[in-house]
Design a protein around this ligand. Structure first.
Ligand code: FAD
Length: 546
């Protein structure tokens, strides 16, 4: 008669505990734990024989232990032995506290016990100590196992060593912190964008600019400016592998002291796939990122601008001198032409007359000839008006130059300037001198209007904005204003409405309209503005030869 082997008590504990656990896994047990243990026992419809189930638990790569409700170890598998360094016989009958190191805070244990005593699964991380005295980080799951009456019977503990993961995470955090420290110390704006333009990484300089732009995303503003400079969407081109280097752009900062200049470089960066699937295969289309560096060069640009402005001031003075000369000579020509015409008429009448009329006619002819000569000399002395080539112009830049040239007058008249340029404007083809003269004239008008108003608070507001196919400019003052009935008349030649007419010929707005028309735009007095005068003009990409 075959003798039946008495069941091993440890084996019995394992089978009881795991059977009861799998029959009703407690709340909070990770599903993968339930699945793994179920798998060890064979699937539900085809369970493994108990010995094989036991073997599967024994061989599991996860350290498994089963304790009584006071955490006294009743069973530990081979992985437990390997991980903790304790021989199974050494730990049976011992409390799990044998693994405790003094590096786990008491509050963690308290939470652990509160949870498992409420018959729920606890998951967390403890610092454990091996038999040899080495510390390791244990990712632990403790599940209570209940008897038929619902009372605590066992605790099932499963843990694995996650020290390496923690070390890697730590090294990664440290690396990131190092990179951030270096980036933050760099005096350059650095930002890494994903293919949708979202920010993955930025530095202090970037954040500073974000503050200056009052929350408007600098990456977007720089993108618009660089794209305007090189045509097409520069960032998209860069993400497709075509980077750009040292593209100098200017952006307007609200309430700032003029524009700020940045030399921008964009480099495409390929992000490698770190997922397990990519271990053997190269990623077909790696994720592209854009690394944008923007180096502020405002100081250097201001120096260049200052020199340019000096040059402009000198040119403007020269132009004004030439203009004065032309006017003086034209007036002289006109003044000589009138008596000359009279003399010529008189000579014609006298010729063929009686007495000394012929002699008189001869004398008049003589006067007329020398007069004609003087006229020819004066006409040839008339300086030629320079024809100006059309170039790409930035309206913000021109307006600012004129404002700077007018600074002394504005200060002397106590005018507060509210400069509201668009962050980025499209460049337009235009005649720089003409446009400067246009803006200067409109600002001069505003200054005179403010002075004539006698107002204490005098404000000049300049606004620019991009519009479809061009740029719109508003020049607004809270001065005397233009009556509605004069809205159109002011653009007619010789129309003067000023109280102080000195030095005014009434040609300014007529000429301004001509310049605007030559730039394919229009100019009007805004009828909807009543607190002074608002001139609104548009300039387009279409220019006529001036
Ligand atoms: P203790 O002074 O024994 O306990 C610290 C705090 O824990 C106490 O202040 C108290 O709030 C709480 N506490 C301890 N025992 C009980 C109890 N029986 N009932 C209620 N509250 C209690 N610990 C590890 O350090 N590493 C492990 O890998 C580990 N695995 C475990 C696996 C299982 C299945 C179980 C049930 C427990 C495990 N523990 C483990 C917890 C262990 O039993 C000890 O509670 C812990 O190690 C703290 O022991 P200690 O001697 O340092 O402090």
């Amino acid at each position: 008669m075959p003798v039946r082997e008495a069941p091993d008590p440890v084996h019995q504990v394992v089978m009881n505990a795991l059977g009861a656990f799998l029959a009703s896994p407690p709340d909070g047990t990770p599903i993968e734990v339930v699945e793994a243990l179920t798998l060890m026992g064979g699937n539900g419809s085809d369970p493994l024989p108990p010995r094989l189930f036991f073997e599967a638990v024994e061989q599991s790569p996860v350290a498994i232990s089963i304790t009584d409700p006071r955490a006294t170890i009743l069973y530990a598998n081979r992985a437990f032995e390997t991980l903790t360094g304790y021989d199974r016989q050494e730990v049976l009958g011992q409390n799990e506290a044998i693994l405790s190191s003094n590096a786990t805070p008491d509050s963690v244990y308290q939470h652990l016990w509160r949870t498992i005593q409420s018959k729920e699964t606890w998951t967390g991380t403890l610092v454990n100590r091996t038999k040899q005295g080495g510390d390791y980080l244990a990712e632990l799951i403790i599940s209570p196992v209940l008897d038929r009456d619902g009372d605590l019977q066992y605790f099932l503990g499963m843990h694995r060593d996650v020290t390496k993961v923690h070390e890697l995470e730590g090294a990664l955090r440290q690396q990131k912190a190092r990179i951030e420290t270096v980036l933050d110390a760099a005096p350059v704006i650095v930002v890494l964008l994903d293919s949708k333009g979202r920010i993955i990484l930025d530095n202090q300089e970037y954040k500073k600019l974000l503050g200056d732009l009052r929350g408007k995303e600098p990456a977007e503003v720089l993108r618009a400016a660089v794209s305007e400079q090189i045509g097409g969407d520069a960032f998209d081109a860069c993400l497709n592998g075509c980077g750009f280097k040292d593209v100098e752009v200017s952006i307007e900062i609200p309430g700032g002291m003029g524009p700020r200049w940045f030399a921008c470089s964009g480099t495409p960066v390929e992000e490698t796939d770190a997922s397990a699937r990519s271990y053997f295969r190269r990623q077909a289309s790696p994720d592209r990122r854009l690394l944008l560096l923007a180096n502020e060069v405002t100081g250097r640009r201001r120096e260049i601008d200052r020199a340019h402005l000096e040059h402009l001031r000198a040119r403007l003075a020269e132009q004004q001198l030439m203009h004065g000369m032309r006017e003086a000579l034209a007036a002289a020509i006109y003044q000589i032409q009138v008596p000359l015409n009279v003399i010529n008429a008189a000579a014609t009448m006298l010729r063929g007359g009686a007495g000394n009329a012929d002699t008189l006619a001869g004398m008049l002819d003589h006067i007329s000839t020398s007069g004609e000569k003087a006229l020819a000399t004066l006409t040839s002395a008339l300086p030629e008006e320079q024809r100006e080539a059309g170039v790409m112009v930035n309206v913000n830049e021109l307006l600012r130059q004129v404002l700077e040239l007018e600074t002394d007058r504005l200060l002397a008249a106590g005018i507060v300037v509210d400069w509201r340029p668009a962050h980025v404007l499209p460049e337009l083809p235009g005649h720089k001198t003409q446009l400067r003269a246009l803006f200067k004239h409109l600002i001069d008008n505003a200054i005179q209007s403010l002075c004539e108003s006698g107002r204490a608070h005098r404000e000049l507001r300049l606004t620019t904005r991009p519009v479809d196919g061009g740029v719109e400019v508003e020049i607004e003052d809270n001065g005397v204003g233009i009556p509605p009935e004069d809205r159109y008349r002011v653009f007619e030649p010789f129309s003067i409405g000023w109280r102080n007419r000195r030095g005014r010929a009434g040609m300014g707005l007529a000429l301004s309209q001509e310049i605007v028309n030559a730039h394919g735009g229009g100019i009007e007095v805004d009828p909807g503005f009543s607190d002074g005068c608002r001139i609104r003009l548009s300039l387009t990409a279409v220019i006529a030869d001036v």
